[in-house]
Design a protein around this ligand. Structure first.
Ligand SMILES: Nc1ncnc2c1ncn2[C@@H]1O[C@H](COP(=O)(O)OP(=O)(O)OP(=O)(O)O)[C@@H](O)[C@H]1O
Ligand SMILES: [Zn+2]
Length: 661
């Protein structure tokens, strides 16, 4: 018997020595005894620690010989992820191995041989526009390259992806197509399935049934898959002959994982493409400023699609200055008139308000008391459907008091506006209109969502009220008017990326108007109509927005011109969290002093949302202008942090490239 090192999904490094009866190779999937149970793991190294006596080392339970070993490139992906995000390898492999597979006692049986004719369905393909043809010519088919496909909304980016995938499959290779949220865009999944009806396609996302995820992983490992279509977790799908990676809506924050190992699936996808030496295409109408800057710096190539295949122009975008025009109950007169005209023509209108619930707070008109969550530092949102107040962060719910808990006055009122109240107002203004409210309260399951999208497309609704669920890549042919309410919040927020997010969201939601037939019109209610962001938006000038914003960030040395990491700590009270961060800062300062490149270590501060689910949270930001130098520093710092004493109740974690600081 020989010894090997096995990597197990485990909250730690996860490397343990075992004895194996047969000849195994690195990457082989094995089941091993662990504690009182057993675990699934990956043979990591054929070198084991010789100092451990034989009797202390258990034998593996089974080598799953029917499964090919995980490719070296994919094992390196795990190593890179652990290294880059300073996460234990055992936690990274937990993100790759599906839970249902880990629970299996026996090796999955060999699937029946699949014909695997991976050709494109030869039906009526749309004739490519000149822009699409140029884009296809510009993307190299072999070797590593990153292409940013910057295509305006409705420009037919998906068709470009489909043709690239077809080329990739025709060469006998596999394609990985990442999407932000599968549930929100069932249309894309359908299009891929319809186009490649004889290809083997697996869909990987966290809402998929556990057994399906497990089967998809096994099929992918065996190479019995042509296309992997999935959300961020699909970036860990195993491949045997990867030929192309596509990241749709690459700017979308859903590519960032927040729980567990905080990775960016987009960034890992780029790493993977480089490791496999294959092209990657990042597509968006509103690219992340990181990718935009990478194009400016010549690291990514940029390809533009600047017209819609329908020949349809982009919608006109007009501002309604709410400091001049009153907006009674949120809906201004010009917006109401535009809705009326649209409905009169038999077309659909959408009013976008990115705040669900009825009213964001309940307030006492007498003493000013407001409804607060007992567990979090946020207000409770009043919901009309159940008549209760909800915390949108921890899920706490309570019935509003009859009288003010502070002063006893019977003057409690819902203040402000969410989608439910807006719907009520619109129904009062347009009693005949069939209104659909589209937010996470109204649409809870995937089938519900698919039905609703179908009904909207079939014209069963006249007026839609929706949150950012509506800002994703939907294609509603009769939708010609988009109204935007309450968008100003992002303008003066302290977040580095607040205006970027706001611009992206507005441009995406505007892009839903007038995609087929009649031209589209977008009306945005704002108090800040002079803000340059609105000028750029009205001109559909993403490049101007990106150029101005990047210049600001460069001047302030903010990402992508600086690299950041955030140390977060939380505890039952704020003091221990801050005290831990103080210690961490001292350690950081002394380590940073010996770095050749400057590392900026900021002060520990309470997080903006300081209390969440009864935990008090604080953070410490570190920054550097040079990524490798920052990373070298972070590795040493993380080592020091692991040695720092702290109360048992305190939790901390380090996040590399945080999206929100
Ligand atoms: N070459 C073509 N000829 C005719 N129609 C096309 C062509 N390419 C795409 N289309 C159609 O144009 C519409 C928009 O295309 P698609 O959904 O791919 O755009 P997109 O760029 O992904 O848009 P968004 O960023 O807004 O999601 C779709 O209805 C699609 O079927
Ligand atoms: Zn709460």
């Amino acid at each position: 018997m020989r010894r090997v090192q096995v990597l197990l999904p485990f909250p730690g490094e996860g490397l343990f020595d075992y004895r194996v009866p047969e000849a195994v190779v690195p990457g082989q999937i094995v089941r091993v005894p662990f504690g009182r149970g057993a675990k699934l793991g990956i043979v990591w190294s054929l070198e084991a620690d010789p100092s451990v006596p034989d009797e202390r080392i258990k034998a593996v339970e089974a080598v799953w010989q029917g499964l090919p070993p995980l490719a070296a490139a994919d094992r390196e992906l795990l190593e890179f992820t652990a290294h880059y995000y300073l996460a234990p390898l055992g936690e990274v492999v937990a993100a790759m191995l599906p839970p249902a597979l880990r629970r299996r006692k026996r090796e999955p049986r060999t699937a029946k041989p699949d014909a695997g004719g991976s050709t494109m369905t030869v039906g009526l393909l749309p004739e490519l526009t000149p822009g699409q043809r140029a884009a296809l010519e510009a993307v190299p088919r072999e070797g590593f390259s990153v292409t940013l496909l910057h295509g305006i909304t409705g420009s037919g980016k998906t068709e470009v992806y489909l043709r690239l995938i077809a080329d990739c499959l025709a060469r006998g290779r596999q394609a990985l197509l990442l999407v932000p949220e599968i549930g929100l865009t069932p249309q894309l999944t359908e299009r891929v399935r319809a186009r490649f009806s004889s290809a083997r396609i697996v869909c990987l996302h966290s809402d998929a049934p556990a057994s399906e995820r497990s089967a998809a992983f096994v099929a992918a490992l065996r190479g019995e898959v042509d296309i992997v279509l999935g959300t961020r977790l699909a970036v860990f799908a195993p491949f045997v002959r990867l030929g192309l990676v596509v990241v749709d809506e690459e700017h979308d924050p859903s590519y960032k994982q927040f729980e567990g190992v905080p990775y960016s699936a987009r960034d890992l996808a780029v790493w993977r493409a480089r490791r496999w030496n294959v092209p990657i295409v990042l597509g968006s109408a509103t690219p992340s400023l990181e990718s935009w800057a990478a194009c400016e710096a010549g690291r990514y190539r940029r390809v533009a699609l600047s017209a819609r295949p329908s020949g349809q122009p982009l919608p006109t975008i007009e501002l309604i200055d709410t400091t001049q025009t009153s907006a009674e109950e949120g809906v201004s007169e010009p917006l109401a008139r535009a809705i009326e005209e649209t409905l009169g023509r038999g077309e659909q209108a959408l009013v976008f308000l990115n705040r669900r619930g009825y009213a964001p707070v309940v307030r006492c008109g007498h003493c000013g008391w407001v409804s607060r969550c007992p567990n979090c530092s946020v207000n409770l949102v009043f919901h009309r459907d159940d008549g209760r107040m909800h915390c949108h962060h921890c899920g706490h719910r309570e019935t509003p008091p009859r009288a003010c808990p502070e002063c006893g006055a019977l003057d409690l009122r819902p203040i402000g506006r969410g989608t439910q109240r807006l719907e009520e107002r619109l129904q009062a203004l347009f009693p005949q209109a069939r209104i659909a409210r589209i937010d996470r309260d109204a649409v809870k399951t995937l089938p519900q969502w698919e039905t609703l999208l179908e009904e909207v497309r079939a014209g069963q609704y006249d007026l839609l009220v929706g949150t950012q669920m509506m800002a994703k890549g939907h294609d509603f042919p009769s939708l010609t008017l988009v109204g935007v309410i309450g968008a100003d919040a992002g303008l003066y927020a302290a977040e580095v990326r607040a205006t970027e997010r706001m611009f992206q969201q507005l441009m995406q939601v505007a892009g839903r108007a007038g995609r087929a037939g009649a031209p589209g019109r977008v009306l945005i209610q704002t108090e800040f109509s002079q803000h340059p962001l609105f000028r750029e938006l009205a001109a559909h000038d993403y490049a101007a927005f990106a150029g101005r914003t990047l210049a600001e960030r460069r001047a302030l040395r903010l990402p992508p011109f600086a690299f950041q990491a955030l140390l977060r700590a939380d505890d039952e009270a704020l003091e221990p969290a801050l005290a831990f961060l103080e210690e961490a800062r001292s350690a950081a300062r002394s380590l940073a002093a010996s770095e050749a490149w400057p590392i900026r270590v900021f002060d520990p501060v309470p997080m903006r949302l300081v209390r969440l689910a009864r935990r008090e949270r604080a953070q410490l930001l570190v920054e550097g202008d040079h990524r490798p130098a920052l990373h070298a520093f972070l590795e040493r710092w993380a080592g020091a942090l692991r040695e720092l004493p702290h109360p048992r109740s305190l939790r901390w974690r380090l996040e590399v490239d945080p999206l929100e600081t």
